[in-house]
Design a protein around this ligand. Structure first.
Ligand code: 5MM
Length: 340
């Protein structure tokens, strides 16, 4: 079969026992996270925090890439090196979030569509110049008895496909993220139904736009009950529902699936990823992580803006990265949580 240079880059992002760090919190989101641990949110504190993460020992053993926010792409660390360069020197691919966030969907104010296609072609070539090798766009799908509507699924899938095609034309690998939210009281089955619909719409749009499936990464939610659900699911049930949903919707040409954590606790997300990989021994794609909160919560809490806490925070971050690297191979065990 004819291959394309971008295929190898996509495979590199989902290399065995590697996953992706999502560090692309927009300024509003990171401000909320910093506020929770009493850190003032300034350009310098955001830079210091991200420099702490990117210079943590051993993370290059298990991180293939980091998704950055636009501001970080241009920042230079205290060490005098550009943050992008720090990643490249460690063999970690820099990526960039390129969407401009969610807006109310016309006619469906309780739902959203992700914006950012205007001027995207020009922005992509500037990001490529600054060192980005891959990109990310997140669509947000809310769940309740009425939602998602067909227009919400269609509009978000179309935008993701339009984005992905532009990114491949710009010589980068697109990550497509259709996130079915955990907010709500829906059960596992409802999440399975909605995730199936979101992925069906997505792959039909990707094909319609001629997006090369071998050169993209899918970043979906795991199939889990809503946070307010009164019907919890076992780790095994989550793993089986997630794998079943993917086998019904994701073409074998896609090289990898890198899950978001979506509000699960760090330990929960790692356990689920591990169980998914145990169910999934014979599946066509690599199944790994692209977590933000589930990787960053422990180091952010430990750091809390204090220089004296940098080492401790780095050690917690490296540990979480390693555990998820193991989980992406089905080699994690909860006993490993205690060993740092
Ligand atoms: C880091 O958060 C990302 C961007 O969110 P905002 O634009 O709202 O700031 C988000 O797309 C993230 O990459 C994924 O949702 C994965 O994060 P979690 O915390 O769910 O693993």
């Amino acid at each position: 079969m004819k291959t394309h240079p971008l295929d190898a880059l996509a495979q590199q992002l989902v290399a065995p026992d590697h996953g992706i760090l999502a560090a692309d919190e927009s300024s509003g989101t990171i401000e909320k996270r910093f506020r929770a641990v009493g850190v003032p949110c300034t350009e310098v504190s955001r830079r210091d925090y991200r420099e702490l993460l990117f210079s943590s020992p051993g993370i290059d053993q298990h991180l293939s890439g980091v998704i950055l926010y636009e501001e970080t792409l241009g920042q230079t660390g205290r060490s005098g090196r550009r943050l992008v360069q720090m990643l490249e020197d460690r063999g970690i691919l820099p990526g960039i979030k390129v969407d401009r966030g969610v807006k109310a969907l016309p006619g469906h104010p309780e739902e959203s569509v992700t914006e950012g296609l205007d001027g995207l072609r020009e922005r992509l070539s500037a990001y490529r110049e600054q060192g980005a090798r891959f990109t990310k766009w997140r669509a947000v799908i809310a769940v309740d008895e009425q939602r998602p509507s067909a227009p919400a699924l269609r509009a978000n899938a179309e935008a993701l496909a339009h984005y992905a095609k532009l990114v491949q034309e710009a010589g980068m690998v697109p990550i497509v993220e259709p996130e079915v939210l955990m907010e709500g009281s829906h059960d596992l089955d409802r999440c399975r139904t909605v995730t199936t619909a979101a992925l069906d719409h997505l792959f039909s749009s990707l094909k319609a736009y001629g997006v090369r499936l071998e050169a993209l990464i899918l970043k979906p939610n795991m199939v889990v009950p809503g946070k307010q659900s009164d019907r919890p699911a076992t780790v095994e049930a989550v793993a089986e529902a997630t794998v079943e949903t993917l086998t019904r919707t994701v073409p074998a040409a896609v090289p990898g699936v890198a899950f978001l954590s979506g509000g699960q606790s760090p330990e929960e997300a790692t356990r689920h990823l591990n169980a998914i990989n145990l169910v999934a021994a014979r599946l066509p794609w690599r199944l790994t992580f692209s977590f933000s909160r589930a990787l960053q919560e422990p180091p952010l809490r430990a750091w809390a803006g204090k220089d004296g806490q940098v080492r401790e925070a780095q050690s917690l971050f490296s540990h979480r990265v390693r555990l998820n690297g193991l989980a992406s191979m089905g080699r994690y065990h909860p006993d490993l949580e205690k060993v740092t």
